[in-house]
Structures are given as structure tokens and as C-alpha cells.
Write a protein that binds this ligand. Structure first.
Ligand code: MRU
Length: 343
């Protein structure tokens, strides 16, 4: 990380988030002090990335304790509101449930409020630790040589720490294994163009931006030695949901013998869902397609197909990097053992 943090937790008061919709042109922090404000920030991707959604959800629960009181009914209602904002990332709902369970352990409301703030701070600290461990395990992956391709944004902006896939890329770059990172624009919200290119610049890693539509020919050309992304939910058989477009990258990488890797903390695994068809996919509004922000370049009225995520089948994934090591196929037994060990 270099100077910026996507979230600041202010116990007893609220949180400040770096408004990611304004990056890279403006670095503006927004103070959030109500559950509705936190929900709006999550829904509109002012704050985003699976692990950071978990930290933000936990902070939202602490804010609920201040705003609405820390009674069981008020907290349960806030949890429902916050979880409904974005359904795909398992970290959001799971971390909110952890916050609720922590609060239930305290008898008095003032104690519960303190417990919720402590939990939010701990969620951020532990994510930073997980990121550091992930990056260490990932940097020796076969294929991280020369140039790699990534999709969406998986750096510190997405986690509050060093990131997931981008942290692995940064470690491999520091070790002299890779020289360049190609980043897709990531239509329609441009997380790659706006956020990953900004983070690569901050890290000093040479980055090359490409339209999403150029990724297949880039991979076919032999210019990248690996494709590496984060994940929002990895289920029991190893199928993994990530930013829409990931499946296509993995399929093309397989076609050309290029390894495709996912990097995710264990909190992103959902061993209760058997396979990818059961992953809830977030669909977003028509307005995000055919334009950007206030600018429209497509005639209105036609509607749009706008899933935020897609699912990459396990058979296309060469390895999954976690904070305790790299999983290899067959993923079913590996994920069962991992999640049993880590409760
Ligand atoms: O819609 P976003 O920007 O929240 O999507 C983010 C991603 O798809 C990331 O790859 C994923 O959350 C893993 S982040 C470390």
C-alpha cells in the first residue's frame, strides 16, 4: 500500500471511505454515519471488492449499534439491510453474521457497541494479515514470469490491505519474476482502467491497459504467461464467481495452455453451495451499459444484460491461492479439508 487506505474506522462515530467511483481523478473521503449511508456506498460501489465489503459490512453493524441501539431486533434488521446490498460476495454476509454473533456475546448495549467496533477493527486487521500471507504463497506460482494479465481490481482498494491477486502480482514483481501487468478495462464500471491502473502506478509496476475485447487475442499471442484474478465466492466443487468476463479469460487461457489462477482468502469459500449454478449473481441496472456516469452513447430504451459477475468452472482453474497455501485440483476434497480446518 502506498499512502491510501480505502476505509478508516472511527470507533463510536462512523467510517470514512475513499469514494472509489471518483478515482483516479479525485481522492475524496466520505464520512458515513448511518446504515443507509453504508448501504448506499456499497450498492453504488463507492466501496467495493469482496474482502473490503466484509470489513464495511462489519463497520455498518457497529454504526447500527450507535444509530439504532444495539438491541437484538435492531441489529438483525440492520444486518438484513446491509446483506441485501450485494448478493454475490460471500464475505459481506459472512462477516456481518460474525459481527452479530460477537455482539450477542455481550449482555449490555454499551458493551455490545464496543464489541461491534472492536470486531470491525479486527476484521480489517485480519484482512491485512491474510493479504500478506496470500501474496507470499502466490508469488512462486508457475507461470508468473514476464507478463501477466489481470481483470477488475484486486489491490488494496478491494481489501484494505495489500490486496489479493494484485498483491501476488506485486510480490512476484518485487522478486523480479514479472516485468509487466496487463489490466483489462473491466466494462462497464471500469475497475481495471480506473483502479488497477492507478494502483499499479502507485506500486511502480509497469501496467498496460487493454479493452476487455482484446484479451483473447493478447492471450493467443503468447504475450502473457498467466492470468490471475480475485474471486467473490468459491463453492464446494471449486467453481468460482468473479467479475463478469473472468470466465471468458479462463476459457481462452485454457485454449492456449496459459495457467489461470484465482487468489482469495478462505473467507471467500462457501462450502455449503455445491456448484457454480447455485451462486447468486448480482444483476445491475441498464444505465451502467451503453454509457458511463452521466454520459450516454447508446440510444435509451433497449434494456441491457448486465450481470456483475460470472462463474468460472473449476476445470479451468489451475490453482487457487489462499492464505494457507495453494489449492490444486481436484478441488472438492481440497476445499472440504480447508474449510473444515478453518471452521
Ligand atoms: O463489483 P466489484 O468491483 O466489487 O468486483 C470486484 C471483483 O470482482 C474482485 O475481483 C473480487 O471482489 C475479488 S477482490 C479482492
Amino acid at each position: 500500500m502506498s499512502g491510501y487506505t480505502p476505509i478508516r474506522i472511527l470507533p463510536g462515530e462512523g467510517i470514512e471511505i475513499l469514494d472509489q467511483t471518483l478515482l483516479p481523478h479525485e481522492e475524496r473521503y466520505l464520512r458515513l454515519g448511518t446504515v443507509a449511508e453504508v448501504a448506499e456506498a456499497i450498492r453504488s460501489l463507492r466501496v467495493r471488492g469482496a474482502p473490503l465489503l466484509g470489513v464495511t459490512g462489519a463497520s455498518g453493524m457497529a454504526i447500527a449499534g450507535e444509530e439504532r441501539g444495539a438491541g437484538a431486533a435492531a441489529l438483525a434488521e440492520a444486518a438484513t439491510e446491509l446483506k441485501a446490498t450485494r448478493p454475490t460476495a460471500v464475505d459481506l454476509g459472512a462477516t456481518i453474521d460474525e459481527a452479530l454473533a460477537a455482539a450477542e456475546g455481550a449482555a449490555r448495549q454499551d458493551q455490545r457497541r464496543a464489541v461491534l467496533w472492536e470486531f470491525a477493527e479486527r476484521a480489517l486487521t485480519r484482512q491485512r494479515e491474510r493479504d500478506t500471507a496470500l501474496a507470499r504463497h502466490g508469488r512462486e506460482l508457475p507461470g508468473l514470469e514476464g507478463a501477466v494479465l489481470t481483470h477488475c481490481n484486486t489491490g488494496g482498494l478491494a481489501t484494505g490491505g495489500a490486496g489479493t491477486a494484485l498483491a501476488v502480482i506485486a510480490e512476484a514483481w518485487r522478486a523480479g519474476r514479472i516485468e509487466r501487468c496487463f489490466a483489462t478495462e473491466t466494462r462497464p464500471l471500469l475497475q481495471g482502467a480506473r483502479l488497477t491502473m492507478w494502483e499499479l502506478g502507485a506500486l511502480g509496476i509497469p501496467g498496460t491497459l487493454l479493452p476487455d475485447t482484446a484479451a483473447a487475442s493478447l492471450i493467443a499471442s503468447g504475450a502473457v504467461s498467466a492470468v490471475i484474478t480475485g474471486a467473490d465466492r468459491i463453492v464446494a466443487n471449486g467453481d468460482g464467481a468473479n467479475k463478469v468476463g473472468t470466465y471468458g479469460l479462463a476459457a481462452v487461457a485454457a485454449r492456449h495452455g496459459v495457467p489461470f489462477y484465482l487468489v482469495a482468502p478462505i473467507s471467500t469459500f462457501d462450502a455449503n453451495t455445491p456448484s457454480g449454478e447455485a451462486i447468486p449473481i448480482e444483476f445491475r441496472g441498464d444505465g451502467e451499459v451503453g454509457g458511463f456516469g452521466d454520459e450516454r452513447w447508446s440510444p435509451d430504451g433497449g434494456g441491457a444484460y448486465n450481470p456483475a459477475f460470472d462463474v468460472t468452472p473449476a476445470e479451468l482453474i489451475a490453482g487457487i491461492v489462499t492464505e494457507t497455501g495453494v489449492l490444486r485440483p481436484p478441488y472438492g476434497p481440497a476445499i472440504a479439508a480447508l474449510t473444515a480446518r478453518n471452521g
